[in-house]
Design a protein around this ligand. Structure first.
Ligand SMILES: N[C@@H](CCC(=O)N[C@@H](CS)C(=O)NCC(=O)O)C(=O)O
Length: 231
C-alpha cells in the first residue's frame, strides 16, 4: 500500500457520483485527507471532492489560499462553515450527520471526554509526534532536513504507544463506547500509515485493522482518497 500522494494515479476529471452543492472536501492522497472522506462515507454524506495534493502547488494557488490561509489539506466547506484540520472536520461531520447511522456519538460529558482522550492520544502521539516526524525527516528530508536520530526515536516511540493500545483492545472491539466511531477512524488512519512505513505492529492491532478495513465505507474512501481524480 502506498500512502504517499501520487498525482499520476489520477484517472479522470470528475470525482463523486454523489456530488452535490452542499459539502465540498478538498484534499487527497494522505492520511489526514483520508479521515474526513472516510467519515463522510460512513455517514452517507453527499459531498463534492476536490482531490488536490500536498506539494503539487495546488494548496498554494490564490484561489485555495483565499479559502484556507494555512495552505493545508484537508479542508471542508458547506453552507454553514469553512473548516480545516482533519479531526475538526470529522467531528463536525459526525455532529451534523451521525444521528441514526449507528456511528458512535458520545452523549455525555464523560463519554465525550473518553472519546477525546483517545483521539488526542492517537493524533498527538502517533500522527504528529511519530509518523509525521518520520515523514518530514525521511520522505521529505529534502524540504525539512535529514534527521536519522529523530526518525529512529520516533519509530521506537510508536512501539511504546502501540503496546498501550494493544492492551486496551484486549477487552474492547472498538476504542470507545463499544461501537465503531471517530476514535477508530483516527487510529486506523495512523495504523495504515505505520504499515506503509513497515513499522512493526502487535498482532492485535493488525487484527483490529483488518476487521475495520473490511467496512465498505473504508474501501470507498480508500479509493477516493488514494486513487482520486483531478477536477
Ligand atoms: N493538522 C492538520 C495537518 C494538515 C497537513 O499538514 N496537511 C499536509 C498534508 S498531510 C498539507 O496540507 N501540506 C500542504 C502542502 O505541503 O502543500 C490536519 O490534521 O488536518
Amino acid at each position: 500500500m502506498n500512502l504517499i500522494f501520487d498525482p499520476s494515479k489520477r484517472t479522470g476529471n470528475s470525482v463523486m457520483a454523489t456530488a452535490c452543492e452542499e459539502t465540498t472536501i478538498w484534499g487527497a492522497g494522505t492520511t489526514r485527507t483520508f479521515r474526513p472522506i472516510w467519515t463522510a462515507e460512513e455517514l452517507g454524506v453527499r459531498y463534492n471532492h476536490r482531490p488536490i495534493g500536498p506539494r503539487t502547488g495546488e494548496t498554494t494557488t490564490d484561489e485555495y489560499t483565499r479559502l484556507n490561509r494555512k495552505q493545508k489539506i484537508p479542508f471542508l466547506k458547506d453552507a454553514s462553515l469553512d473548516l480545516s484540520e482533519s479531526v475538526a472536520i470529522c467531528r463536525y461531520l459526525v455532529g451534523k450527520h451521525a444521528a441514526g447511522t449507528g456511528f458512535y456519538v458520545p452523549d455525555s460529558p464523560e463519554t465525550r471526554a473518553r472519546e477525546d482522550e483517545w483521539i488526542c492520544y492517537t493524533y498527538g502521539e502517533l500522527d504528529e509526534t511519530s509518523l509525521y516526524v518520520i515523514r518530514r525527516h525521511e520522505d521529505l528530508k529534502a524540504i525539512y532536513g535529514e534527521a536519522p536520530t529523530a526518525v529512529d526515536s520516533a519509530k521506537a516511540y510508536v512501539a511504546r504507544h502501540f503496546a498501550v493500545i494493544e492492551k486496551h483492545l484486549d477487552s474492547n472491539a472498538y476504542l470507545v463506547g463499544g461501537q465503531f466511531g471517530l476514535a477508530d477512524i483516527v487510529l486506523i488512519s495512523c495504523l495504515d500509515w505505520a504499515v506503509s512505513y513497515r513499522i512493526e505492529m502487535p498482532a492485535a492491532l493488525h487484527e483490529y485493522r483488518e476487521r475495520i478495513r473490511r467496512r465498505p465505507a473504508y474501501q470507498r474512501a480508500f479509493k477516493t482518497n488514494y486513487q482520486s481524480t483531478k477536477r
